[in-house]
Design a protein around this ligand. Structure first.
Ligand code: ATP
Ligand code: MG
Length: 511
């Protein structure tokens, strides 16, 4: 039988007994808020305290999200925006680099604007003076091209833009003029009329011409109304623009217009009314001159909140990272990236150890409170408690028409021998392709993850495919493609030793 005995111990020794220490989590009154005015995200790992994101308790409403591919960044953003719209009645503008939000926005009743078929006139003043607008356009070109190394070309281009405005009757320094703005085509014409032998003008004209050629009408015809971008749930789908620099130019231009609108709007610091999502836009998130930084600095006053998501924290400019009131750090694998995170957020060895083991949807959260606090500002989020739109995942091809609910497909992939990371990657591919893959795409994806052909056919049978529907599945997958898959599999087996599908013994399923 146990006996209670009184002992003499020093306070230093007591400190090692965990039951007397508060786990490293912010105090519950900082994490829990009224559900009618805050956004529920998930529970903390240690005390299971529900975490409600409440802008009023934070120094500003900006959010930074980092983590490796497939770690759960976009899932968090979608959950966050869905609830922000419901609870706060806020609007959201998503600049979608990879086209991964478009389907979700449509399913959630929002509007998708596709760059390429729609566009903006880069020279639309958006209420600013023509002089200010030409400086913004030049600054965007400086961020995205090497024009700053050629000061003569930069000056000639700026003068040509101003001349194009003057030809349309604009006063250079007057704001809010209601006239039809010139276009980049007008600028190109002005630059093309250079005196013979003027190589700088010729080069400046070539620069604008090649921009126009590669972007079609995306930057010269204004079909998108900037005002309409600021209310409701809007996704600007940039993925059909052919180059990263064009996507960045479109993103920068939209942010410049948004910033002008923001500055002209009423002062409203109490709660966020517009969330601007910039996901994987490393070129514009890493440059201090970009308006992402201005919105972070000034947005709070106007109720504008910025959500920046990136796979690599070093791609997010320090002033965004250190100014964001909330940081969600999902799993990061590179030591250099974790060091950057740690130097920015200064957290203990405990969090460092946890960050190695984090699964999908789990994140280290850093909160910068508006009031000074004595408790920790970091905690581990057990998992983002998500908001999913019920969308069936389909495998189609010939007469094959298989359809699954997400959880069911995930279970089937796990029981077929894929590990969680591989299964989530397969689900992400479905999401990227509007929730539907052809049987050939599905088979080639499994092949790339190391599943042999016979096993893929058996798996498709298990999923419900008929014998005659299986015949064309591999007909167009080239031997070359399979060789790549096989060598990938070999590499993986060497690297992973016992992890995931590639190393599991699948026997020899029948063909
Ligand atoms: N908290 C979660 N609960 C359930 N499923 C999740 C959670 N987080 C992510 N997932 C699932 O994991 C997969 C990958 O998530 P997500 O697309 O958000 O990754 P990501 O970090 O945005 O990746 P990428 O950088 O490649 O865009 C998706 O199928 C998503 O539905
Ligand atoms: Mg994503």
């Amino acid at each position: 039988m146990g006996m209670l005995s009184v002992q003499r111990v020093l306070s230093g020794q007591l400190a090692y007994r965990n039951f007397l220490l508060r786990p490293p989590e912010p105090a519950p009154q900082l994490l829990v808020s009224n559900p009618a005015s805050s956004i529920y995200i998930g529970k903390t790992l240690l005390l299971h305290t529900p975490f409600y994101w409440n802008a009023e308790k934070l120094v500003n409403p900006h959010v930074c999200v980092v983590g490796i591919t497939g770690s759960g960044k976009s899932y968090l953003v979608k959950t966050f925006i869905t609830r922000a719209r419901l609870v706060l009645g806020a609007s959201a503008l998503i600049l979608d680099w990879a086209g991964e939000y478009a389907d979700w926005v449509r399913a959630a009743g929002g509007r998708v604007i596709s760059f390429g078929s729609d566009g903006i006139n880069l020279l639309d003043t958006g209420g600013a003076s023509p002089h200010a607008r030409s400086l913004q356009v030049i600054s965007a070109l400086e961020m995205l091209t090497d024009i700053s190394s050629f000061p003569a070309q930069r000056r000639i281009t700026e003068l040509a833009i101003e001349k194009a405005y003057a030809r349309r009757g604009f006063a250079l320094h007057k704001e809010g003029q209601k006239r039809k703005p010139p276009t980049l085509e007008d600028v190109c014409k002005i630059l093309s009329r250079h005196p013979k032998g003027d190589s700088d003008s010729a080069e400046a004209a070539r620069r604008i011409r090649s921009l126009l050629l590669s972007s079609g009408k995306s930057f010269s015809a204004q079909t998108i109304s900037i005002d309409s971008l600021l209310s409701g749930l809007i996704c600007v789908d940039l993925h059909s623009l052919p180059m990263e620099s064009l996507r960045s130019l479109a993103g920068l231009a939209i942010l410049q217009f948004v910033k002008e609108k923001m500055r002209a709007s009423r002062y409203s610091p109490s709660k966020p009314r517009l969330f601007i999502v910039v996901d994987e836009a490393w070129k514009i998130a890493s440059d201090e001159r970009s308006d992402v930084v201005s919105i972070v600095r000034e947005g709070r006053k106007y109720g504008f909140s910025l959500i920046v998501a990136s796979q690599n924290p070093t791609d997010v400019h320090k002033s965004i990272f250190s100014n964001a009131g909330t940081v969600f750090a999902f799993r990061l694998t590179l030591a250099s990236e974790r060091e950057y995170l740690r130097s920015s957020l200064s957290y203990s060895d405990y969090f460092e150890a946890c960050s190695h083991r984090m699964g999908v949807g789990q994140a280290l959260v850093h909160l910068e409170f508006s009031m000074p606090v004595q408790c920790p500002k970091n905690f581990i989020l057990e998992r983002v408690d998500g908001e999913e739109i019920l969308q069936p995942f389909a495998i189609r091809g010939g007469n094959m028409e298989l359809s699954f609910e997400k959880g069911e497909l995930l279970r089937r992939l796990l029981s077929a021998g894929f590990d969680e990371k591989q299964s989530r990657a397969i689900l992400s591919e479905f999401e990227r392709k509007s929730f539907s893959l052809t049987s050939r795409e599905f088979a080639s994806l499994l092949l790339r993850l190391g599943m042999p052909r016979p096993a893929i056919l058996s798996f498709l049978r298990e999923l419900g495919a008929k014998e005659k529907e299986l015949l064309p599945v591999f007909s167009s997958i080239s031997d070359e493609e399979e060789e790549v898959a096989v060598s990938l599999k070999g590499l993986k087996e060497k690297k992973q030793k016992g992890d995931g599908y590639a190393s599991k013994d699948r026997g020899n399923p029948r063909i």
